[in-house]
Each structure stands twice: as C-alpha cells, then as structure tokens.
Design a protein around this ligand. Structure first.
Ligand code: ADP
Ligand code: MG
Length: 241
C-alpha cells in the first residue's frame, strides 16, 4: 500500500487496476434461523488492494469476514478466496500456554517460515519479548504479536475484524502506522472490518459500506481527500452509517 489516496465508495474495483482478482464473492447470502443477515453480497478484491468494510454494529461485517475466512461455509453464492489467508480479530487470540515467539511460529514447519516469523516479531518491535508469556503484554503488544503471527504465514489475503477496537486512541494511532508499514512491505490484499470512518479512510485504498447486510452497488461517493473532518467525503461516508 502506498500513501493514502482518494478512492471511491464503491463495490467495483477502481478503474485502471489490472492486478488479478484474489477475492471473488458473488451473490453471497447468509441466513441464521431463517433470518437474512447478508443479502446478495458481491465483492472483488485485487492483489495487494487494501479494502475497508465499514458498517454499523449488527450490519453483518463479522459474518462476511467469517465467510471470507471460510470459518463459516453455510452460505449461498459463489466464493473464491486464496488458500494462503490469515485472520486477526479484536482480541489477539494468542495461545496463553505458549510464549510469544512460539505463538508467532505456530504451525510453521520449514526453516524459511520460521525465519520469517522471527523477522516479523522484530518488525513489530517485539523481538525482546520472544520468551514472554502473552498475558504479560499490553493489549497493543498482543495485537502486534497477532499481526506478526498473521503475516508470518505470508498471506495473499489478510482479514482483520476490528483489530484495534479494544485499544486506547494513542495505541490505535501507533497500530495504524505499523499496519501501513507492514502492509506496504509485505503487500497482502487486506480486508479490514471496522465501524470507524476515520480508520477506514486513513488505511484503505477503497471503502465499501455494508448496511443491513447489503453492499450498495449503485452509488459512488468520493472519499475525503483533505484529511479534514469537515471534508464533504467524511460527511458523505458518515451519512451512510
Ligand atoms: P457486525 O459484525 O456488523 O456487528 P455481525 O455479522 O456480527 O454484525 O451480525 C449480523 C447479524 O447477524 C446480527 O443481527 C447478529 O445477531 C446475527 N448473527 C451473527 N452471527 C449469528 C449466529 N451465529 N447465530 C445467529 N445470529 C447471528
Ligand atoms: Mg462484528
């Protein structure tokens, strides 16, 4: 990912992009006990693209993310996602009985993967904490370990569900900077689920909005370009939530 640029609020891929599609979801629908939670969601993400999925609480964001992660396969519609994918959640989900580095290396068998995991722990600034227990780390540090663990798998697709939602505002800003660095260095495609308009605009190349389980396909709204909170792009986005 490069510097944040203005994108469009759209479910279509921005014009001029010819990178291959790595996520192809068409007409995805999910019901729980007969109640529709996702309706006809169509979404493509291209290689290296950073997409934010914005929506109110209860709009179906986590349901969509779980489907893209193939943690939930009980959906209708067509879905193609890369096999090399990694997920990060709001809670770091580190294994409490394993130290930090083993958490990052979990499941990585070959020497190259392990070297990558060690390098990533250093990239998130926690090389000195390799032998620490997860519970001795702050919330922000635990999320940094979770990011290192995710990227150690060299994912083609990184899925994140409100990964910074439980952090204080200053730690969140640091995490935004770190995530931008890591994504520009490792270039996975990213789908970041968030209900934070500013976070979505700051981080993503493209912002899509889920409202009551639907992506609106019919509208394109310019994203804020100035970074000022009074920018009409912010107002337009906020009015969608
Ligand atoms: P969001 O992440 O946008 O807050 P969710 O995807 O978690 O929204 O939930 C969307 C809707 O689906 C909510 O009404 C929620 O109660 C419902 N839902 C999610 N998971 C389940 C489940 N396993 N069983 C029943 N209802 C669910
Ligand atoms: Mg959620």
């Amino acid at each position: 990912m490069g510097t944040p640029t203005a994108g469009t609020l759209s479910t279509t891929v921005p014009p001029g992009t010819d990178a291959p599609v790595v996520v192809d979801a068409r007409g995805v629908a999910r019901t729980f006990d007969g109640r529709g939670v996702l309706h006809d969601v169509t979404l493509q993400i291209r290689r290296g693209e950073f997409v934010a999925l914005l929506g109110r609480s209860g709009s179906g964001k986590s349901t969509m993310l779980r489907i893209l992660a193939q943690l939930d396969t009980e959906h209708d519609g067509h879905l193609a996602v890369p096999t090399r994918r990694a997920v990060a959640f709001q809670d770091s989900r580190l294994l409490p009985w394993a130290r930090v580095l083993p958490n990052v290396l979990l499941g990585l068998k070959d020497a190259a993967g392990r070297a990558r995991g060690e390098a990533l722990l250093a990239e998130v600034g926690l090389a000195d904490h390799a032998r620490a227990w997860p519970k001795t780390l702050s919330g922000g540090e635990q999320q940094r370990v979770a990011l290192a663990r995710a990227l150690a798998r060299d994912p083609e697709l990184l899925l994140m569900d409100e990964p910074f939602g439980a952090l204080d505002a200053l730690t969140r800003i640091r995490m935004h900077r770190l995530l931008r660095e890591l994504v520009s260095r490792h270039s996975p495609a990213v789908l970041l689920v968030t209900h934070d308009v500013d976070e979505a605009v700051l981080l993503a190349d493209r912002v899509i909005v889920l409202t009551d389980g639907r992506l609106s396909l019919d509208e394109q709204v310019d994203l804020p370009t100035t970074g000022r909170r009074s920018d009409p792009g912010f107002t337009a986005l906020r009015s969608r939530l």
